[in-house]
Structure formats: C-alpha cells, structure tokens
Design a binder for this molecule. Structure first.
Ligand SMILES: *Cc1c(COP(=O)(O)O)cnc(C)c1O
Length: 405
C-alpha cells in the first residue's frame, strides 16, 4: 500500500456521498457526463478572503495559467486586484474580465504582435530581457502609445521547499539582478511608463519560514534596485510561490505567519520603497483545492494478485496526478470513491486511466473502499494545472467537461 496526499478539508471532512458546492458528485456526472472537472467557486472565494485577512494591505493578482477557464475567471476577476498572463491568448482572455491597466504580461518569447496587443490594451509588460525592452519600446513607437513596462528581475536568491538557495542562476526568466537597474534606466530614458519591478523566486512552497525569508530578500533586492535607479518603483510584485499540500506528509502553508512577517517587513522598508505599492501573484493556492476531477470506472480487473480500477479519464486530462508534470518521484494525489467518502478501505487497488501507456496511473496501490463498474472516482487538487496543462490530444479521447458550481 502506498499513501496518498491529504484530501482538502472541505471534502475530507465529508462522509457518505461526496458533494461539491452542495451538489452530489455522482449526480453531476450523471448530468454532465464524465470525465468532468468541477470547481467550487465558494472555495476560491474563501482563499481570497483568507489572503486578505492574513496579509497586510497589498494587491492580490491571479496568475491565470493555473486555471484560465472563462467561467472561473469571471468569478475570480472581480475579487482580485490584477491578473497575470503569460501569452497573447491569456491576455485576450483576461481582457474580457479586467481592464488592461489591471493586467500584467510576463513570460519569455513575447512576439511583437503580443507586445503590441498588450501595449494597445494598456497592460503592463513584465520585461524578460534587454532585447525585449528594446522591442517593447519600438512597438510603442509604431503604435504611438507609451508602453507600460515593469522589469522582471532574475533574483540572486531562490525559493526552496525548505529554506532558500542563495546565488544567482542562469534563467530564461527575468533580467539578471546585476543588470536590472540599467535596463530600468534605459526604458525610462526611452519614454516608457515604468510601472516597477517583478521578482518571482519560486513556486509550491509549504514552509512559511522559506516564504518569509524569500519575501524579505525580495524586498531587500527591490530596495537596492530602486536606490540604483533613483526612482521609486510604483509597484513591486513580490512574486508568490504559496504551495498547496498534494502528497502524504505535506502540511498546508501557514499563510497567517507569512502575512504577519510581511506586515513587519513592509513597515520597516527603506525610503526607496516608501511610496511603492506591493503585490503578490498566486495561481495554485487560489484554485487547486477547489477543483475535483471526476472519472467513471469502466473496468475492474485482477492481474497476478493486483487489482486495477480502470477509469474513463487519465493523464490526458489530469497529467499532474499521474506524476508526469514536474515531479521527480511519482506520488499519489488524494483520491476517493465518490459515493463512499470516509468509508473503510476494502483493499489495495491501482487506479489507472484509459490511455494505452503505463504512465497513465492516477493512483498507485492505494487503499480504497469497494468500487464497482460505473461508479465515480474523485481525484482532488484538480483546480490548478489540470485541464489546460495536460496533453488532451494524446490518444484522441474527447476533451473533459468543466463546470463551476
Ligand atoms: C506560473 C506563475 C505563477 C503562478 O504559480 P503558482 O505556483 O501556481 O502560484 C506566478 N507567477 C509567475 C511569474 C508564474 O510564471
């Protein structure tokens, strides 16, 4: 038997039939079909409220690549201060729910057409290189519009799961800290509307101490750069990196501790940042736990002493749960038999998807209650990097349905 991660509290405390936003999960599948992603909007709103309560008065941005579903974006946009996008496609989608002034566009390899679309919309370009800075200024000239730009800094520290690794690394993201001030001066001299600094040091941190250290180092770096430039950055985007517990042994991030420490650090900030605003950008922390991937059992088969529960979903929809999206060692996401939450385990099974590859394993030797053909398996933590971060075309199955409740 192998352990699985913790079921998010909103679902893990249930017994009997799983409900999502008050809806019976098996009934949702009967109505909408399977496989089905369901996102509970109230849980997302709860995370936003928790952030606001825990943090000092700073802006909250949503990084839409975590989950860009239009119906979900429409719920999130009104309650966050900004949307962070990373492609022209995401920019277009964000513009349907937020004004350009509330959108920032990061990411390497922005094409000229993408730069122009962002400038025309009044979005802020988070510049990733000196070359991109030049092309943004040129695009602004072509359009006759003053581009809004921030400089993304490749910091000289890195967010680690447990502590922080100091020392600059080469990166496709951001301008090396030692060159960032010069690029800021260049874009100001070139006539751009300099919006500030974007410093993103890492992702999926559960250790509050690591996040607190990272934020302190980020503030120190921003202050140093502001002094070098001699102009106060209007906005300092401190990055994000708030993680969620996916696997056995993971413990949720203590956001209240992070907020208290950030409040103190901001209160003590130097004169160079006195008039700056601050933002944190979050993806998975806002949406991951709100999503459940529901998939129906097609077959239960025995093979040489093991039991395989074969479902109609798989890694083509929820790659991360198969362990093939950025994890070094495959570990089990939390999953459950939707009709039997909290029931005792009947034995050890492996839950496998319907793709003809051994990679398509959604639960490896997990303890589950009895499960039969036609029943629904729920895979949790499916709200971020699920449907749009999976190879949907692989093996030619239909796309999953997605539903916000
Ligand atoms: C992907 C990304 C995020 C969101 O990361 P999460 O781990 O989902 O919070 C935030 N900022 C930038 C620059 C990103 O590339």
């Amino acid at each position: 038997m192998k352990p699985m991660g913790p079921i998010p509290p909103a679902f893990g405390e249930q017994s009997g039939a799983l409900t999502i936003g008050g809806h019976d999960a098996s009934a949702l599948v009967a109505t909408h079909g399977a496989p089905l992603f369901v996102y509970d909007a109230a849980l997302v709103a709860g995370q936003v409220a928790r952030f606001r309560a825990a943090m000092p008065a700073i802006d909250l941005h949503y990084a839409i690549k975590a989950n860009p579903l239009p119906a979900l974006l429409a719920r999130i946009a009104p309650v966050v201060d900004g949307l962070d996008v990373a492609s022209g496609g995401e920019l277009a989608r964000a513009l349907t729910v937020k004004p350009g002034a509330a959108i920032s566009f990061a990411g390497p390899g922005k094409r000229d057409a993408e730069l122009e679309a962002a400038i025309a919309a009044g979005a802020t370009l988070n510049l990733e290189s000196a070359g991109e800075a030049r092309r943004a200024l040129a695009a602004g000239d072509r359009l006759g519009v003053r581009p809004r730009v921030a400089v993304r800094v490749n910091p000289d520290m890195e967010l680690r799961g447990s502590g922080m690794k100091m020392g600059g690394r080469a990166s496709p993201f951001g301008i090396d800290a030692e060159h960032a001030a010069a690029v800021v001066r260049d874009v100001i001299a070139g006539g751009a509307d300099w919006r500030g600094l974007h410093i993103y040091a890492g992702s999926q941190a559960l250790d509050a101490g690591a996040v607190i250290e990272m934020q302190a180092a980020t503030l120190a770096l921003a202050a140093r750069l502001a002094e070098q430039v001699g102009v106060t950055p209007p906005l300092v985007n401190l990055g994000g990196g708030f993680g969620v517990p996916y696997f056995a042994g993971d413990v949720a991030l203590d956001v209240e501790a992070v907020g208290a420490a950030l409040g103190e650090a901001l209160a003590m900030r130097g004169a160079a940042l006195r008039d700056s605003r601050f933002a944190i950008e979050l993806g998975r922390w806002l949406v991951a736990e709100a999503g459940v991937y529901l998939t129906r059992v097609v077959d239960v088969k025995a093979s040489r002493g093991e039991t395989f529960v074969v479902v109609d979903g798989g890694l083509h929809h929820q790659l991360a749960a198969s362990g093939n999206f950025g994890t070094v060692v495959r570990r089990n996401y939390p999953l459950a038999v939707a009709a039997r939450m909290g029931a005792a385990a009947a034995g050890e099974v492996s839950v496998v998807g319907c793709l003809c590859t051994p990679l398509d394993r959604l639960g490896d030797r997990v303890a589950l209650p009895p499960v039969a053909e036609g029943e629904v398996i729920a895979i949790f933590l499916a709200g971020a990097y699920g449907a749009t971060a999976s190879p949907a075309a692989f093996l030619g199955h239909p796309a999953p349905a997605e539903l916000v409740v």
